[in-house]
Structure formats: structure tokens, C-alpha cells
Write a protein that binds this ligand. Structure first.
Ligand SMILES: [Zn+2]
Length: 196
């Protein structure tokens, strides 16, 4: 499994856009440099959406202008563009893509349509804006934000996954002590400090 962050050198604000094995994308993002890289992908088969905030889905239009992938999300009404190949995932639903088994977890709290996507055999979690490195967690002061729901969502991840690596929507990847870091994100969220 090869995971590339194609937004790494973006100069504009965008989420992390991951490309797996050159054909599965997690969150197309928003920056122009990412648009260019999207155009250069040879065969984009699948796009997985963690949630519909602008910085995660703006480039879907560029994706559809250049490719014809299956798009997986929680609620297709929330996406900025329509495609017949959009597939909604329920909480706990499992899909198979190539050799990967991916389980979707509905994890609201940052946004209502938020999904975390867990690659079961590889023990890799794409956590969107639910969990960040260094014990961070998604902001809950925006529309649809709800700290109590976010806490429940992190607990759902702790109960149902055992990630070795965690790729977030922003910031660094967690590559060591991942389960412990997720637990510290939960503890920090539970403090309910007035940060957000
Ligand atoms: Zn977000």
C-alpha cells in the first residue's frame, strides 16, 4: 500500500489529499496545485470523502472533469457536485476496493456527515477532521459542531479499530503509539476547554 499526500507542497489552505496506490483518493481538497495533480493522475478509480467541508471537497469538480471514479461519502446531498457513481456509506458498512477491506464509521461532532475510513487488514485509519496528531481533535464551534457528539465519535473509533497509523485531514500522520494518541485526543476533547 503506497500512500502519497499530494497536497504536501500546496501554498493555499487545503486539507491533506491522500492518493493510495495512484488510484484511490481520500478527500480531493481545494488548492490549485492539488487540482493540477488531480489532472495528472492516470487512472483514478475511487474517491473517499471524510466530510463535506469546502477545504475537503472543493476539488471534486476537477475530479469529475478529468476522471469517472466511484465516490463514497455519508450523504451525497452535501457534496458540491452530482455524480451517478456516488455511493453512500452507512455507519459500520464495509466495502472492498481492490484487495482492501474498508470499514466506514459515521463520526459526527465536527460535521454531521463525517466518516472515518478504516483499512481493516492494514490497520490504517483515515480520520478526517475527527482526530489530529499530538492529541488534537476537530473543532466543534462551526455549524453542526457538537463536542459531546465528537467525544462519542472518538469513543466509537477506540472501540472498533486498532490503528497502527492514522492519517488526518490536516497536519501530521501518526505513525507510532497510535492507539495511545487517539486516547489522548479523547481525553483532551473531554476537558471541554473553551478553545473551540
Ligand atoms: Zn472539516
Amino acid at each position: 500500500m503506497e500512500i502519497e499526500n499530494i497536497s504536501e507542497d500546496a501554498e493555499q489552505f487545503t486539507c491533506n489529499t491522500y492518493l493510495i496506490d495512484g488510484e484511490i483518493m481520500v478527500d480531493p481538497g481545494t488548492a490549485d496545485s492539488v487540482k493540477q495533480k488531480i489532472k495528472q493522475i492516470e487512472d483514478l478509480k475511487t474517491v473517499l470523502i471524510t466530510h463535506s467541508h469546502y477545504d475537503h471537497v472543493d476539488n471534486l469538480e476537477t475530479v469529475l472533469e478529468n476522471h469517472n471514479p466511484d465516490i463514497y461519502c455519508f450523504d451525497k446531498e452535501e457534496l458540491p457536485v452530482e455524480s451517478e457513481k456516488t455511493i453512500e456509506l452507512q455507519d459500520g458498512e464495509q466495502v472492498e476496493l481492490d484487495s482492501y477491506k474498508i470499514r466506514a464509521f459515521h463520526t459526527p461532532g465536527h460535521k454531521d456527515d463525517h466518516l472515518c475510513l478504516y483499512f481493516l487488514d492494514e490497520k490504517i485509519l483515515f480520520a478526517g477532521d475527527l482526530i489530529f496528531s499530538e492529541g488534537g481533535f476537530g473543532r466543534t464551534d462551526l455549524d453542526e459542531g457538537d463536542r459531546e457528539l465528537l467525544i462519542q465519535s472518538i469513543k466509537k473509533i477506540i472501540e472498533n479499530t486498532e490503528p497502527e497509523k492514522l492519517y488526518s485531514g490536516h497536519g501530521e500522520t501518526i505513525e507510532q503509539n497510535t492507539v495511545e494518541w487517539v486516547e489522548s485526543s479523547l481525553k483532551n476533547a473531554e476537558k471541554k476547554e473553551p478553545k473551540y
